[in-house]
Design a binder for this molecule. Structure first.
Ligand code: NAD
Length: 479
């Protein structure tokens, strides 16, 4: 048990409807002051095994529960999230250092929405019928079984519930493994689900390090789906672990997304979109970290962007006035700093930031903007996952598209232009799971979400989530 921001959080695993401890524990540190927030159960192979067993045992009954009953319980979970919204917001901010104001007004309401959305989507899922020579082909969505859901630290509960909600709605049982840097709100979710009447063993939460508890979980032969959000190197290990069992995988990975600013764009809007890329202190997979700007408006755009960067308030994420909080962890902070130092050493020119915020100390890193980056520099290719943007210029649309696509990622792209024809032309040619035109970060859960190339495999959202979490079956009946 831990008391975090005044909220009691159980730091044991949640397996088969019971709190289960481990002999070992790990220390969860606060990104705000690097002090311990909680001692959390450090699971391993035994806990992974116990959780999969509990989920497998709960599967037959849950998978046969009527759609209406599953939807009712998911709605009750959403109500529970709403009721504990402030507590969830406070705990997540203490745990991962993201802004309290976005947790209160954006993230946690959307967490509740995720459950309501997938509950309602379940009720409208069709049963398709086709006829062949008098035979009836009846297509149904059968739940797949035990799902292992592995999530990262940058938006812990939001990303977990994009998986948990459709997996449960589809009639599966779940083992959720949150990231070790932000383990706490997953535990609160287990409490909320139990209070909402979710049967024991349907949702299990195991805590611990990826290599210790995550690895045996994804290698388990009784796991029928693995859904992972995180980094490319981890995705590779998970895919290798899944291969012997041929476990179907959904992978939501990193990005190095572009923001294309054309000469015909509203430059204030374009600068607003650019400064938004520092949200969550840059720890956003979708962030458009490569600003590609028409050379004819680059000076004007840069001036407007720097003005906005200069007005960003960096500080304690618990303060409503703060725009940029800390990096999640000392190790991550140093990784970000390494990228910045190497970019500067390679000859990139620093227009803003360029190092830690020494006024604040701790894990606060200044919003950084580089230009004149030499071709082939690491900073143009690798995902930094911190508040670091690069600015490059182009002279033709052709060149802009080529630069945008010159990455091994393909998660998202943003286009700022005042010309609808150009918008259609350019978005058609961009390699990206999501293209935003004159906007950013708008997500409709009915639409597919995911990445191309190394940004991922598969799509989440609407029918795509149910496609993944179900075994589709065709029953052919003779006349
Ligand atoms: P990570 O890959 O280090 O860890 C993610 C999760 O995987 C954690 O829970 C970790 O414990 C677990 N894990 C680690 N090794 C494992 C193993 N061998 N087997 C099973 N599980 C294991 O990623 P991170 O640092 O937590 O998150 C940042 C990354 O996530 C960035 O690359 C970011 O772009 C990406 N991300 C992608 C999306 C998206 O939707 N595409 C969203 C958010 C973050």
């Amino acid at each position: 048990m831990a008391k975090v921001a005044g909220v009691t959080v159980d730091t044991d695993h949640w397996i088969g409807g019971e709190r289960v401890g481990s002999a070992a524990a790990f220390t969860d540190l606060s990104p705000i002051d690097e002090r311990p927030v909680a001692e959390v159960a450090r699971g391993g192979a035994a806990e992974a095994e116990a959780a999969v067993t509990a989920a497998a045992r709960a599967f037959p009954a849950w998978s046969r529960t009527s759609r209406e009953e599953r939807a009712r319980i998911l709605h009750a979970i959403a109500d529970g999230v709403d009721k504990r919204l402030e507590e969830l917001a406070q705990v997540e901010t203490a745990d991962n250092g993201a802004l309290i104001r976005s947790h209160r007004r954006g993230v946690m309401p959307r967490v509740a929405h995720n459950f309501r959305f997938f509950a309602d989507w379940l009720l409208r899922l069709g049963h398709e019928d086709f006829e062949t020579r008098g035979h009836r082909n009846h297509v149904s969505w059968d739940p797949a079984g035990v799902c292992a859901l592995i999530t990262p630290w940058n938006a812990p509960l939001m990303l977990a519930t994009w998986k948990v909600a459709p997996a449960l709605a589809a009639g599966n049982t779940v083992v959720l493994k949150p990231a070790e840097w932000s383990p706490l709100t997953a535990s609160l979710l287990a409490d909320i689900a139990a209070e909402a009447g979710l049967p024991d063993g349907v949702l299990n939460v195991v805590q611990g390090y990826g290599e210790e508890v995550g690895a045996p979980l994804v290698a388990h032969p009784d796991v029928r789906r693995i859904s992972f959000t995180g980094s490319v190197p981890t995705a590779r290990s998970i895919a290798a672990a899944a291969a012997p069992n041929l476990t179907p995988l959904s992978l939501e990975l990193g990005g190095k997304s572009p923001l294309l600013v054309f000469a015909d764009a509203d430059l204030d809007l374009a600068a607003d979109l650019a400064v938004e890329q520092y949200d969550n202190a840059g720890q956003v997979c979708l962030a458009a970290t490569r600003l590609l700007v028409d050379a004819s408006v680059a000076a004007e755009f840069t001036e407007r962007l720097l003005d906005r960067v200069g007005r960003l308030v960096q500080g304690d994420p618990r303060d409503e006035a703060t725009d940029i909080g800390p990096q999640i962890h000392r190790r991550h902070f140093e990784r970000v700093d390494g990228f910045v130092r190497r970019a500067a050493a390679a000859g990139a020119r620093t227009l803003a930031g360029g190092g830690p915020n020494t006024d604040l100390g701790g894990l606060y890193y200044r919003p950084t903007l580089f230009t004149d980056v030499p071709e082939g520099a690491e900073i143009l290719a690798e995902e930094v996952f911190g508040p670091v943007l690069t600015l490059q210029t182009f002279t033709t649309e052709e060149q802009a598209v080529a630069m945008a696509n010159a990455t091994r990622y393909g998660l998202a792209a943003t286009v700022a232009t005042g010309d609808p024809e150009r918008a259609a032309r350019v978005s058609g040619r961009l390699v990206a799971g999501t293209v935003w035109v004159n906007c950013f970060f708008v997500r409709d859960l009915r639409a597919p979400f995911g990445g191309s190339r190394e940004s991922g495999v598969g799509r989440e959202g609407g029918d795509w989530s149910f496609d993944f979490y179900c075994d589709l079956k065709n029953t052919v009946t003779a006349p």
